[in-house]
Design a protein around this ligand. Structure first.
Ligand code: FAD
Ligand code: NAD
Length: 474
């Protein structure tokens, strides 16, 4: 890319909080000709979450699913300021954001406050623990890159400790029992990936242990994957049965201990089940900063699920100065990447329209002012013609509401099989199996943002086909 235009003090400033699905899609589509843009996120990259479970078992290397935010912003016509920092508070009245650098190495300045004209609030959500004892201390999450890396290390630690000579049969059984909590898509995909790792690699490298590894998926509701059709739920359950992954439905995790997990069974009896590792994939909740921001607008913001927005993604109670998108919002849509990225793209188009509208309004005010002072019939006619034409173009600018177009739900279930619920010719098309798996892969390949990431992921997949997954533990 060529040299970028510098920030322009006559333009309005958009501050974007976050560098995930919503924010990245916004940045990719935003015309920076119209605005000065500042991005603030504690991660200076975009994480491609759908492939995170593949990192947890070493199918993909972590860097393959990261894209530095600057890869997107450096292609913009006007330079975008990318700041690696965590926003700590938003003042919706004075329109400011305060953020801190809480990385390991810091400069002299670590906290600062900046003003915005428009704030795009896209900080996502955090893992929900429901206050269940021991979850934070003993379970692995599956939300951020470091969660996947930690899970991979911990899983291999379980296997290596089981290989340590002299373990009792009981201890072997414990160390090699992996409990996945949550039968939503994250828990299902992770269990499927763990099974693949076991079948494709561990059987060869640890033949004496592989047969003893057990995966149990625990779900509080009567069925897994409630967002998929009944047929695909059954297909997943039967695939898991063949894969020897136990599914315990109507079973609630009550506590996670260092060496076991406490389950409440459907008959309300409570059991302590020994295990080597617990993966917590039980859903998400709003971040503290989101709760604090909502508390500043108690009348407009009282939805416990998240930020209330209108159909233009305006945060209620902020007079159009804050837009909220993605997992931090409470809408009728599911908290998915698909929704967040469509909202980001929508907002980019909308901000373009807003800039056009504001330009036209400013021009109109200026012309109307000139009209008051101008003399000479010819000049007046000319000016009035121009005023009329600006009015017409203003009337043409339509700020349309957000419309979500569902492309379908896809999930990988292991054994080179995937399930897909696709909206198809006004009906639903449900498919499961190997062809769906190939579709799943190609769908993700085409949605991965850059050619660089596509190449890295394809390369990793090929490497695993040729050499298997890496079982070394760092
Ligand atoms: P995120 O993508 O989570 O981005 C939030 C951003 O805000 C991050 O960059 C974060 O670093 C930043 N941030 C956090 N705190 C602050 C702060 N204080 N200040 C500034 N920035 C902050 N959805 C699908 O549709 N299909 C899938 O296949 C799929 N697979 C998934 C697999 C996994 C393992 C997971 C965890 C999720 C998956 N999802 C999937 C869901 C999807 O990832 C989320 O719905 C999506 O990430 C939401 O986008 P977002 O922009 O709202 O939030
Ligand atoms: P989720 O909220 O969809 O599922 C969590 C599950 O955990 C729920 O079914 C809940 O009943 C269960 N649970 C909660 N507490 C429990 C407890 N104490 N004991 C036992 N079970 C418990 O969470 P997720 O799977 O992380 O998904 C989050 C969002 O991301 C969803 O919107 C999902 O659609 C999306 N996502 C989509 C994909 C995909 O499309 N392939 C993949 C991953 C995530």
């Amino acid at each position: 890319p060529g040299p970028q235009k510098p920030a322009d003090p006559t333009k309005k400033t958009i501050v974007v909080l976050g560098s995930g699905w919503g924010a990245t899609s916004l940045l990719k589509n935003l015309d920076t000709e119209d605005y000065n843009v500042v991005v603030i996120s504690p991660k200076n990259y975009f994480l491609f979450t759908p492939l995170l479970p593949s990192v947890a078992v070493g199918t993909l290397s972590p860097r393959s699913i990261l894209q530095p935010t600057r890869y997107v912003t450096r292609h913009k016509t006007r330079a975008v300021s990318v700041i690696e920092a965590e926003a700590k508070s938003v003042d919706p009245v004075n329109k400011t954001v305060t953020f801190v650098d809480n990385s390991e190495i810091q400069g002299e300045v670590t906290t600062t406050t900046i003003s915005y004209d428009y704030l795009v609030y896209a900080v996502g959500a955090e893992v929900q623990t429901f206050g269940i004892p021991g979850v934070r201390e003993h379970a692995c999450f599956m939300k951020e890159l470091h969660d996947a890396e930690r899970m991979q290390r911990q899983f291999m630690d379980c296997v290596e400790s089981a290989a340590f000579p002299g373990q009792s049969a009981e201890e072997l059984e414990r160390l090699l029992h992996i409990v996945v909590v949550g039968g939503g898509p994250t828990g299902i995909e992770l269990s499927g990936e763990l099974h693949d790792f076991l079948e494709d690699d561990l059987k060869a490298w640890y033949p004496e242990l592989a047969g003893k590894i057990r995966i149990t998926l625990v779900e509080a509701l009567p069925s897994v994957l409630p967002m998929f059709s009944k047929q695909l739920i059954e297909y997943t359950e039967s695939t898991f049965k063949e894969s020897k992954i136990d599914i315990l439905t109507k079973t609630m995790v009550k506590q996670v201990k260092e060496k076991s997990v406490v389950l409440q069974r459907p008959d309300k009896s409570v059991v302590d089940v020994p295990c080597g590792m617990v993966v917590w994939a039980a859903g998400n909740t709003g971040r503290q900063i989101t709760k604090d921001l909502m508390a500043k607008l108690p009348e407009a913001q009282n939805n416990r699920r998240g930020i209330a927005v209108d159909e233009h993604m305006h945060m209620a109670g902020t007079n159009g100065s804050i837009f909220a998108i993605g997992d931090c919002t409470a809408t009728s849509y599911a908290p998915t990447a698909q929704v967040a990225s469509q909202q980001g793209a929508y907002l980019a188009r909308k901000l373009k329209q807003i800039a056009k509208k504001e330009d036209a309004e400013a021009r109109l005010t200026q012309l109307e002012q000139e009209r008051k002072n101008i003399s000479g019939e010819e000049n007046v006619v000319k000016l009035e013609q121009e005023i009329e034409s600006v009015r017409k173009s203003l009337a043409k600018i339509k700020l349309r509401p957000f419309h979500y177009s569902h492309q379908g739900s896809l999930a990988y279930i292991g054994s080179e099989k995937a399930i897909a619920d696709l909206p198809f010719m006004n009906g639903n098309f449900a498919s499961g199996g190997v062809a769906t798996f190939l579709f799943w892969r190609s769908a993700y390949m085409s949605t991965l943002f850059s050619l660089r990431n596509r190449t890295l992921v394809a390369n990793d997949w090929m490497k695993v086909k040729l050499f298997g997954r890496d079982v070394s533990r760092d």
